[in-house]
Write a protein that binds this ligand. Structure first.
Ligand code: FES
Ligand code: FES
Length: 166
């Protein structure tokens, strides 16, 4: 820890957290190293691949482009939180059923980004098209699957939720 360390307090996955962090530490490094929430992955470290996607105050962000100290007072939700609350249980099941992952490295970021799209669609009472899904996930890179199975899985859940089946 350097003399540029600062005290922050925030809510992470529903729990209050108070930590002293280096001012230069990224949010994703803070989550992984300080809180041992390793579901958020690190790929490119400069905002391109989406592996580090998390929610801050309800909006998805790149955890590698945000500093932990910027989250002082914020509400942060990671893939662990979304999983524990079962908010994305249907998406996770659809990914599994449709083989929408291989190594799984991109999967946490994909799920967080996909849930963002589905929530927005639900709020607007719309059902995202295949093109909408592709556009929304265009900032999340997968090195394994191609993207068809991922888009299939998200589309299936979009239609299920629109039908009220969830
Ligand atoms: S690690 Fe953050 S966008 Fe790639
Ligand atoms: S499943 Fe391996 S990077 Fe997407």
């Amino acid at each position: 820890m350097t003399d540029t360390a600062l005290d922050i307090s925030l809510t992470v996955n529903g729990e209050r957290v108070a930590e002293r962090v280096d001012a230069r530490k990224t949010l994703v490094d803070f989550l992984r190293e300080d809180l041992v929430l390793t579901g958020s992955h690190i790929g490119c470290e400069h905002g391109v691949c989406g592996a580090c996607t998390v929610r801050v105050n309800g909006e998805i962000v790149r955890g590698c482009l945000m500093l932990a100290v910027q989250c002082d007072g914020a509400t942060v939700e990671t893939i662990e939180g979304l999983s524990d609350t079962t908010e994305i249980a249907d998406l996770q099941a659809a990914f599994e059923q449709r083989n929408a992952l291989q190594c799984g490295y991109c999967t946490p970021g994909m799920l967080v980004a996909a849930q963002d799209l589905l929530k927005r669609a639900n709020n607007n009472k719309t059902v995202p098209s295949r093109e909408d899904i592709r556009a929304h996930l265009s900032g999340n890179y997968c090195r394994c699957t191609g993207y068809h199975a991922i888009v299939d899985a998200v589309q299936a859940v979009a239609q299920q939720r629109a039908g009220g089946k969830k």
